[in-house]
Design a binder for this molecule. Sequence first.
Ligand SMILES: Cc1cc2nc3c(=O)[nH]c(=O)nc-3n(C[C@H](O)[C@H](O)[C@H](O)COP(=O)(O)OP(=O)(O)OC[C@H]3O[C@@H](n4cnc5c(N)ncnc54)[C@H](O)[C@@H]3O)c2cc1C
Ligand code: SF4
Ligand code: SF4
Length: 442
Amino acid sequence: MDVGRHPNIELLAYSEVEKVDGESGDFRITIRKKARYVDEEKCTGCGECAEKCPTVISDDYNMGLGEAKAIYRYFAQGIPSAYTIDANHCRQFHPKKKCGVCAKKCQAKAIDYDQQDQMIEVGAGAIIAATGYDLFDAQKTPQYGYGRIPNVITALELERLLSASGPTEGHLYRPSDLALQKDLSEQEKRSKKLLKTLGRHEKKFGQTSDEFYPLYESGELQGKDYDKWAQQLKEHRELTQEIEGKREKADKIAAAKRLAFIQCVGSRDIRFNRHCSSFCCMHSIKEAIIAREHDSEVEVSVFGMDIRAVGKGFEEYRNRGARKSGIRYIRSRVAEITENGDATPVVWYEDTLTREVRQVPADLVILATACEPASGVKQLAEILGIELNNFGFFKTGGSQPIDTTRPGVFTCGCAQGPMDIPESVAQASSAAARAAQILLKG
Ligand SMILES: Cc1cc2nc3c(=O)[nH]c(=O)nc-3n(C[C@H](O)[C@H](O)[C@H](O)COP(=O)(O)OP(=O)(O)OC[C@H]3O[C@@H](n4cnc5c(N)ncnc54)[C@H](O)[C@@H]3O)c2cc1C
Ligand code: SF4
Ligand code: SF4
């Protein structure tokens, strides 16, 4: 918010650096401002367009756990609050489809399907690369079942489930249960539609479906219209049975109570990343404490080689998690996660203290995936003319931890390695100070 309002800061959202010329104190930067097909100046953020847009897509911000529309706002507090059209899914951009609903609904006349990417030139004395990180793809550890076992999720997905503005409004429903509810609601819609169609057949032929079907089966009624009626009736009957079964299951849906966190997924592992991702021990404990605050019956186990609580008050926070929220820290390296009949994941691990192989069922398994260099970091390093370190993050000097290998280009936060928010913010202040030193030289 402060950045958005600051008179000395120009925010170029939905934009990427394409070229950097010049040198420290006098850079010329070419930026591609991507077309959002909505005029930022005109859009009031009212959301009328998205409400009426017929194209439903997966909600990326909610990690695919919810739905968005082809015209969307990435998240509610985003700046600017303007909406954006996803041209890959919007019907108006499809060669064989047409739509235009949002343009009709937008009273501010902000929709512009012909908008093009804009190239902008900016002069700058210094550059700060703060492009953050990406998370390790948990499917690279197939033994943990991510993507195959629905109730094995990542810590970021749990963040969204725990959020009051998330897809479940903060209730810890399991993805398998959410999928069941979605299926049920789609089948109920289909069933309603079929019922209407059957009603039309009944009206047309002056008999009920129950009267019609035995006559059709005996061959007394023949013809295309009867075939269609019979087929739709069959579908409706099968659907009704399925819906009943699912309703029974849906009535029993309860929020997850047993949570198992698996630490170091892709971190401290020579197959993937040798480095420690530094923030995952603490965010797992934080998520566990929040889950317990939401529901006092939640039981949490954290499986890890050790808990790295490096920071002021972090060890105390770890201990408070155990004392007040009942977190069990289990020193182990999890070998495998399987699934039993009712979609419950089972965690198999060796307890390294007793040297016993054990198994624990959990309603939800949460993978603390590694912090990795952001995608596209190599390309950006080439554009900026800076080097990467052995781990693939921006390389910095030992005595000047904010300086990259090119004078006048600085970096901060997870772009230079895993770190938490307070450390990223502190580094951002340092980077701003280093940049100011150059600007003050004039
Ligand atoms: C599940 C989870 C929970 C966490 N919880 C906490 C917590 O409670 N407390 C805490 O302190 N830390 C927490 N963290 C860590 C926290 O996310 C990081 O410390 C923080 O996000 C680092 O900030 P950053 O600005 O360096 O990077 P990011 O937050 O990754 O921001 C980088 C930004 O740059 C943009 N970008 C990337 N490439 C480009 C490009 N080429 N051009 C333009 N823009 C680009 C990205 O889209 C992104 O918006 C958590 C992490 C995870 C995974
Ligand atoms: S594009 Fe138009 S309808 Fe959509 S949020 Fe902006 S002003 Fe509202
Ligand atoms: S043109 Fe249609 S499909 Fe595309 S964003 Fe607008 S309402 Fe949605």
